[in-house]
Write a protein that binds this ligand. Structure first.
Ligand code: NI
Length: 185
């Protein structure tokens, strides 16, 4: 496995790829397994919950998401994993259904490190995609962190950054110095 460089929107060369409408992946593709492994390593190293192929310089319709394990602290102070981490690899994803309502989320992006802003998103989405074998799959009514990450990553595959979704640009701020950064993808 190899960690890859995360491409940044403030680099003019990187930006060209980040702003591209990515091309569909033709399956099967024997190079994908290594790429997916590299992307998971790169995402975890950066403490992200998602990463899209254009963020490592490849304008193809592939993204990964990892919803962290849910940890609960017991009364005696010990920690128990109540839900395991969930990994997703979405190839050629298409959002086919969305909730009527929206939620505001403080959102960040690994291609714009340190910056966060309030982004309106659907409270759930249904996404259709292919797995690495080319099989068509569907995640129904994905909500919470997963639903948010799907919308953020699918946007990446069409050259859309979260900053373009912000309605109130006054919420956009650099919190590199903050004690704890919210999640980014
Ligand atoms: Ni992002």
């Amino acid at each position: 496995m190899a960690k890859r460089r995360i491409w940044r929107i403030d680099n003019q060369e990187d930006k060209k790829t980040l702003k591209m409408n990515c091309r569909p992946v033709k399956l099967p593709d024997r190079n994908l397994k290594q790429l997916v492994a590299d992307m998971f390593e790169t995402m975890r190293e950066a403490n992200g919950v998602g990463l899209a192929a254009p963020q490592v310089g490849l304008p193809i319709q592939l993204c990964i998401i990892e919803v962290p394990a849910e940890i609960e602290e017991q009364e005696d102070g010990t920690e128990v994993e109540v839900a395991p981490a969930e990994e997703y690899v979405l190839i050629n994803p298409r959002i086919v259904k969305t909730s009527g309502d929206e939620v505001m989320r403080d959102e960040g992006c690994l291609s714009l490190p340190g910056w966060y802003g309030m982004v309106p998103r659907h409270s759930w989405v249904t996404v259709e995609f292919q797995d690495q074998n080319g099989k068509l799959r569907r995640l129904r009514k994905a909500d919470g962190l997963l639903g948010w990450a799907i919308q953020h990553e699918v946007d990446h595959l069409h050259g859309v950054l979260f900053t373009e979704r912000i309605r109130d640009l006054g919420t956009l701020r650099d919190i590199t110095q903050a004690p704890e950064e919210p999640i980014a993808a």
